[in-house]
Design a protein around this ligand. Structure first.
Ligand SMILES: NC(=O)C1=CN([C@@H]2O[C@H](COP(=O)(O)OP(=O)(O)OC[C@H]3O[C@@H](n4cnc5c(N)ncnc54)[C@H](O)[C@@H]3O)[C@@H](O)[C@H]2O)C=CC1
Ligand SMILES: O=C(O)CCC(=O)C(=O)O
Length: 389
C-alpha cells in the first residue's frame, strides 16, 4: 500500500486513477511515498523520508526542488500539454484585452449607474476606450512548446503575422507548428519586430528576468507584452521603466505581485491559466497515472529529471535502480547480480543529464533479498534501489 499526499486540490477524477486497494490519498500524510501537487511551493518543506516520486499536475516545475529530488533518486513528473489548450484560450483573451480596452470600458460603464441618460453618456464617452485591431499586426511568441505552438497557430487564424523564437524546439513541436510562423534567430530580433509579445518558456536560473532592461531597450515602442508563463521571467523594475517610457503599452500577466497592483496599463489575472475543469481533470489524470506506474512498476514517463524508461510488466520481479550517470556502473551492478546468482531476463538502462536509471527484470530472486539491496546500495553513486515484486 502506498500513501499519496496531495498538496493542492486535485481533481477527484484524476485521483480515481489510484485504486484504493493499493493507494491511500491523504492530504495530511507526514511520510508519503508519493506527492501530487499543482502550484504548492515545495521549496518550503522538508522532503519526507519515504518519498519515492513527485507528480506535478501541470507544466511548470519551478515550485519543486528538482536538484534535491535528483540527489535522493526521486523522479519529478509533469503533464506536458495537458493544460495547453486552457492557457492558449486565456492568452487569446489576453491578446484581445491588451488591445481593446474591454476591462477599463466595462468598469467605466458600471460607474454610470446613477447617470440619468446612460446611452448618451456611453456614446459620448466611449472614445477613451478605443484600441487597435490585432489582424495584420505581428505577434512574437517566445517558447514554442505545447502552449506556444497552439498560441502561434491560433494567432495565424486571427490573421496576425507570427514570429517565433525557440532555440530548443523539439521535433514534436515542429510537427505541430504552422509553416507560416517565421523564425527569429534571436530574442532581440523578435522583440524589435513584434507589436504583441507572448512568453511561453519555463522559469529557471537561465530564463529568470529574460525581460530585463537590455531586452526592453530592443523592444518595439508601444508593444503589448503578455506573460502567462511565470512572473519571474520579467524584471518588474525594468518593466515599470519600460511602461513609463512608452516601450510597453500594456502588460498582461497571470502572476500578481504587490508591486504590479495599481499600475496603469498593467492587467493581472490570478494565475488562471490552467483553471478550467477540463485541464484540471487532464492534468490530474496524467499525473496520477504517471505516479501509479512508477510506484507499481518503476516505469517512468514524462519526468523532468529522470530519463524515460518503460518496461511492460510481465509478472516477473524487477529491480529499479537510479545512479549517477558515470562509467562502469553497469559492470558494478552486474557483479552484484552475479554474486546473488540472479539471472537477468531484461535490462534497460537510460540516462538523462547527470542521472541514469535502470529497470532490471529478474528470472529469480535470492533468498536474502535485503542483502541484495544492501549490496546494490553499497555501490558508490547508487541513489535509489527498489525491489518490485
Ligand atoms: N498560467 C498558467 O497557469 C500556466 C503557465 N504555464 C507556464 O508555461 C510554461 C510553458 O508551458 P508549456 O508550453 O506547456 O511547456 P513546454 O515545455 O511544452 O514548452 C516550453 C518551451 O520553451 C522552450 N524554451 C526553453 N527555454 C527557452 C529559452 N530560453 N528561449 C526560448 N525558448 C525556450 C522549450 O524549448 C520549449 O519548447 C511552463 O513552464 C509554465 O511555467 C504552463 C501552464 C499553465
Ligand atoms: O495548476 C495550476 O493552476 C497552475 C498551472 C501552471 O502554472 C502550470 O501548469 O505550470
Amino acid at each position: 500500500m502506498y500513501t499519496i499526499r496531495t498538496l493542492n486540490n486535485i481533481s477527484q477524477t484524476g485521483l480515481g486513477k489510484l485504486p484504493p486497494a493499493e493507494f491511500t490519498i491523504d492530504p495530511e500524510a507526514a511520510n508519503p511515498e508519493g506527492i501530487i501537487l499543482r502550484s504548492f511551493d515545495m521549496h518550503q518543506m522538508e522532503l519526507p523520508e519515504n518519498l519515492l516520486g513527485v507528480a506535478r499536475a501541470g507544466a511548470g516545475t519551478n515550485n519543486i526542488p528538482i536538484d534535491k529530488c535528483s540527489e535522493r533518486g526521486i523522479p519529478v513528473f509533469n503533464t506536458p500539454g495537458a493544460n495547453a489548450n486552457a492557457v492558449k484560450e486565456l492568452v487569446l483573451a489576453g491578446l484581445l484585452v491588451s488591445s481593446r480596452r474591454i476591462i477599463d470600458g466595462a468598469a467605466w460603464v458600471q460607474s454610470l449607474k446613477d447617470n440619468e441618460d446612460v446611452e448618451k453618456a456611453v456614446e459620448a464617452g466611449k472614445k477613451q476606450f478605443t484600441g487597435p485591431e490585432i489582424a495584420g499586426k505581428t505577434l512574437g511568441v517566445i517558447g514554442l512548446g505545447a502552449i506556444g505552438v497552439q498560441v502561434a497557430n491560433a494567432a495565424l487564424d486571427l490573421n496576425m503575422n507570427v514570429i517565433g523564437y525557440d532555440p530548443f524546439l523539439t521535433l514534436e513541436s515542429a510537427w505541430h507548428l504552422s509553416a507560416s510562423v517565421d523564425k527569429a534567430e534571436t530574442l532581440e530580433e523578435l522583440v524589435s519586430q513584434s507589436d504583441y509579445i507572448t512568453i511561453h518558456i519555463p522559469l529557471n536560473d537561465k530564463t529568470r528576468h529574460t525581460f530585463n532592461q537590455e531586452l526592453f531597450a530592443a523592444t518595439k515602442k508601444g508593444a503589448r507584452l503578455l506573460n502567462f508563463a511565470r512572473g519571474g521571467l520579467v524584471d518588474h523594475e525594468a518593466l515599470k521603466d519600460a511602461i513609463e517610457k512608452g516601450i510597453i503599452a500594456r502588460y498582461i500577466t497571470d502572476f500578481p505581485t504587490a508591486e504590479l497592483l495599481g499600475i496603469e496599463n498593467v492587467i493581472v489575472t490570478p494565475h488562471l491559466g490552467a483553471s478550467t475543469p477540463e485541464s484540471e481533470e487532464n492534468c490530474a489524470e496524467m499525473a496520477a497515472v504517471e505516479l501509479r506506474e512508477y510506484l507499481r512498476y518503476g516505469n517512468i514517463r514524462n519526468s523532468v529529471n529522470f530519463p524515460g524508461c518503460i518496461v511492460p510488466y510481465s509478472g516477473k520481479p524487477r529491480i529499479a535502480i537510479s545512479h549517477s550517470n558515470i562509467v562502469n556502473m553497469i559492470g558494478q551492478l552486474g557483479a552484484v547480480f552475479t554474486k546473488h546468482h540472479i539471472n537477468i531476463d531484461k535490462m534497460v538502462n537510460n540516462s538523462k543529464g547527470e542521472l541514469a536509471y535502470n529497470i532490471i527484470v529478474c528470472d529469480n530472486l535470492p533468498e536474502d533479498e535485503n542483502q541484495l539491496i544492501q549490496d546494490l546500495y553499497a555501490i558508490p553513486s547508487v541513489r535509489r534501489v527498489r525491489l518490485l515484486k
